[in-house]
Design a protein around this ligand. Structure first.
Ligand SMILES: Cc1cc2nc3c(=O)[nH]c(=O)nc-3n(C[C@H](O)[C@H](O)[C@H](O)COP(=O)(O)OP(=O)(O)OC[C@H]3O[C@@H](n4cnc5c(N)ncnc54)[C@H](O)[C@@H]3O)c2cc1C
Length: 409
């Protein structure tokens, strides 16, 4: 993933990004970055100049993660400014997200096992004070490895880390500190504003040598010194090897669950923080708009939980929506009954806590005679089936997918 990129100091001014959880703020950041999505991004993207100098990357991930702005928004505006070939690298990076989402949908046991193993690892910490001390030293940024400690604090304080830094951090966590990857992935999920079950879990597995079996990622001091522009130089502090982890389980590949069609009848629209642009697609056709927040996850930071909740509020603003509370299943059923319909529509919710939450309602919906329609976006329908091997297969299909979406001729 490294680039021998040349960067031009004059074009990289100080630029910090404020993560306001609204579509307007996401579009404003996109607008500001659009002129840099071609050669500038390709040349400079691998450098992490620190949180005050983010002009070389888009930093759009918290908005894209919740679809406050969609991949299609990003691609459409990018292609209005640049040709597909000049913005090729940026466009490919945008598709990495769809690759990971599609891959996890086809390998659900990865998520199930991750959750199971995480519980086990946390239990182990509770019973082993030495292991617990090592874990706390890492997450509190007290390891003595300057770069790692700085990044642990940066993650907690800002809710964001640069992509290259995430790779170095995960590699040091697994191969230098010898900590379980599941605990590192969980630490990221607690604090990343873009924390995503697919991108995060599969990236940690990729670094560890579990995603591309036998191929791990080693964080090298010289690489860190170069791509942090000399801010860090952990020479002699990092493991010189990264022996790939192995697991005694072959995750089966399953078909992607079917997508439902929009019913040809009145329906209630259910909005989740997984797709904050669902109201723009369907709210004007719905009898009611209901917003279902993600419950606060164990260990999740207040910052991440507030971002999700406010993103959801922003997405339904202007639609006279009801924010659902703990009695949400009954609230949905009663709203649908009052509207004289048994159809509930939601944007397809991919694997993760929101899907887990929604699955708990299935039986109650069925008993009440309700039908939940999970409608997938064309972007996902076109991208996910390509994500059953490595990224290369998705990459090859990008022109076809863009064409299918009407974004390129
Ligand atoms: C260990 C590890 C954990 C990660 N966890 C997450 C996570 O929880 N959520 C998340 O969105 N990304 C995750 N990533 C991927 C990547 O680091 C971030 O998407 C990226 O840093 C976001 O910054 P940006 O918006 O400036 O990206 P840019 O480089 O400007 O790219 C534009 C957009 O493309 C997508 N994208 C770019 N690179 C990747 C990638 N490698 N994988 C998936 N999508 C990508 C993002 O939506 C991003 O906003 C992880 C990477 C690693 C190595």
């Amino acid at each position: 993933m490294d680039n021998a990129g040349l960067f031009d100091q004059e074009t990289l001014p100080g630029e910090s990004v404020t993560f306001t959880p609204t579509r307007a703020a996401g579009l404003a950041r996109l607008e500001k970055f659009l002129s840099r999505t071609a050669q500038h991004y390709e040349r400079n993207r691998n450098y992490d100049f620190g949180p005050e100098r983010r002009s070389n990357i888009s930093v759009l991930s918290p908005w894209i993660r919740h679809r406050l702005i969609t991949e299609e928004d990003v691609l459409k505006l990018t292609l209005a400014r640049h040709s597909p070939s000049s913005a090729e690298k940026f466009i490919q990076e945008v598709f990495w997200r769809g690759y990971f989402k599609g891959w996890l949908e086809q390998h659900p046991s990865v998520w199930i096992n991750y959750k199971r193993d995480l519980t086990q690892k946390l239990d182990d910490l509770a019973g082993n004070s030495f292991a617990n001390a090592d874990y706390l030293t890492a997450i509190e940024g007290r390891t003595g490895i300057d770069c790692f400690d700085t990044w642990a604090h940066e993650l907690i304080e800002t809710g964001y880390l640069h992509n290259h830094t995430r790779m170095w951090f995960a590699s040091i966590w697994v191969f230098t500190l010898g900590l379980p990857w599941q605990l590192g992935a969980d630490f990221f999920m607690q604090h990343l504003l873009d924390g995503d079950p697919a991108s995060n879990t599969l990236s940690w597995r990729w670094v560890s040598g579990l995603h591309t079996k036998g191929k791990s990622y080693l964080a090298r001091p010289s690489n860190i010194a170069k791509f942090t522009d000399g801010r860090f130089d952990p020479v002699g502090q990092l493991s010189p090897t990264a022996v790939p982890l192995i697991e005694d389980f072959d995750h089966p590949s399953l078909p992607i669950p079917a997508s439902d069609a929009l019913p040809d009848a009145p329906f209630v629209l259910l909005v989740t923080p997984e797709d904050c642009q669902a109201p723009a697609l369907w709210a004007d056709k719905a009898t009611n708009v209901l917003a279902l927040p993600t419950p606060k996850q164990d260990r999740q930071s207040d910052r991440v939980h507030a971002f999700k909740t406010k993103a959801l509020q922003d997405s339904v603003a202007g639609w006279d929506a009801t924010l659902l509370t703990s009695d949400w299943i009954m609230q949905i059923i009663e709203t649908a009954r009052a509207a004289n319909t048994h159809h509930i529509v939601t944007a397809y919710v991919p694997i993760g806590p929101d899907a887990d939450q929604l699955n708990t309602a299935n039986t109650a919906f069925a008993e009440a005679g309700m039908q939940l329609h999970r409608v997938r976006r064309p972007y996902d329908t076109l991208t996910w089936p390509q994500a059953n091997k490595g990224f290369f297969k998705v990459k090859k299909q990008i022109p076809k997918i863009l064409h299918g979406l009407g974004l390129a001729c």
